[in-house]
Design a protein. Structure first.
Length: 153
């Protein structure tokens, strides 16, 4: 269900974007994908009808079933400042203190803790004197919620 005044739009990459009435992008579905049971890619795309987003998977008689299709949905992007990176770096050895400084309500699917990917991003950002961009992905039906971390200037 879209928020009041929200709309759907197809992106240039084949994905779909949820836009609020004020033009703010709420979230986006990455370009759709689908694979046959043998790992072969299947032609697929999104279609929008009003407030309904549908992933269309083109089937043919020679396909190996089942076909798997589950697009990723990006809901939130955080940008952590240099000061926050340094605070996280200083406390990452102490999970209790670390949990108090990480500015997210849902951290990497483990309650509160530090994953190897987050540890690597914090360490890299610390030594390169950079910030971190954290993108949360909500994969819908298969519950594969996860973060990806990017070290940025």
């Amino acid at each position: 269900m879209l928020p009041a005044g929200g709309s759907l739009a197809l992106g240039d990459d084949g994905g779909a974007i949820i836009v609020l009435a004020d033009g703010t992008q709420l979230g986006r579905f990455d370009a759709p994908w689908a694979y046959q049971a043998d790992g072969t890619a299947v032609d697929t795309s999104f279609e929008i009808s009003g407030t309904t987003l549908t992933q269309v998977v083109r089937h043919d008689a020679g396909m190996a079933y089942p076909v798997i299709a589950d697009p990723s949905y990006k809901t939130t992007t955080f940008y952590w400042s240099r000061a926050t990176v340094e605070n996280m770096f200083a406390r990452k050895g102490n999970v209790g203190q670390f949990c108090r400084v990480v500015p997210t309500s849902y951290l990497v699917g483990v309650g509160c803790g530090i994953t190897p990917a987050l540890d690597q991003a914090i360490t890299q950002a610390h030594y390169q004197r950079k910030r971190i961009k954290a993108v949360f992905y909500n994969c819908a039906a298969n519950y594969c919620n996860y973060y990806k971390f990017f070290v940025i200037a």
